[in-house]
Design a protein around this ligand. Sequence first.
Ligand code: GRF
Length: 210
Amino acid sequence: MKNIVILISGRGSNMEAIVDACASEQWPARIAAVVSNKASAGGLQFAASRGIPTAVVDHKAFDTREAFDAELARVIDGYQPDLVVLAGFMRILTEGFVRHFEGRMLNIHPSLLPAFPGLHTHQRAIEAGCKLAGATVHFVTPDLDHGPIVAQAAVPVLADDTEASLSARVLKQEHVMYPRAVRWFVEGALTLAQGRVTHQQGASQLLIGD
Ligand code: GRF
């Protein structure tokens, strides 16, 4: 049984999708805890309603990023994680934190990386005239929104798209892709070599949505 710790900052819809898939598909894993840097994160209530332990480490209570990350790592380690899943966790992480969980920490970013790291990805894709947008699940490295790519989901950008309509189209695919990618990790189906991730049985790491 692998232990998964999920980090959120907000509504936690990706976390919900992972919790549901873990239960309904009977993964060889449990969600050991959901941890947030904000007590107001909506997803905490969902997690608690499923009987999942929750914890809050408020970044505002710490003077430095290093001090916050040290406490966050201590709390996470208390759940003995095999995998740490960032699901809308809106904090820039220090190199020390990332190295501590290297090779066992995934993130989802709402763009087709390496395009559009950072914030406001959907608006930037629309303004750039992109015809394709999407999301990426990747291993976390010290470089923000970089790291070996585990899976990508692509959707069209329509002529009348707004940030809201495009993000909703992408999010629907995120909810399919992220649970799938996390399951691959807990099943030990991923190989990481030379910065590239492959699925040992050749499962498609590309999802095309509409
Ligand atoms: C998602 O779009 C995810 O890609 C990004 O933040 C958003 C989180 O949404 N990192 P939710 O909290 O999972 O609903």
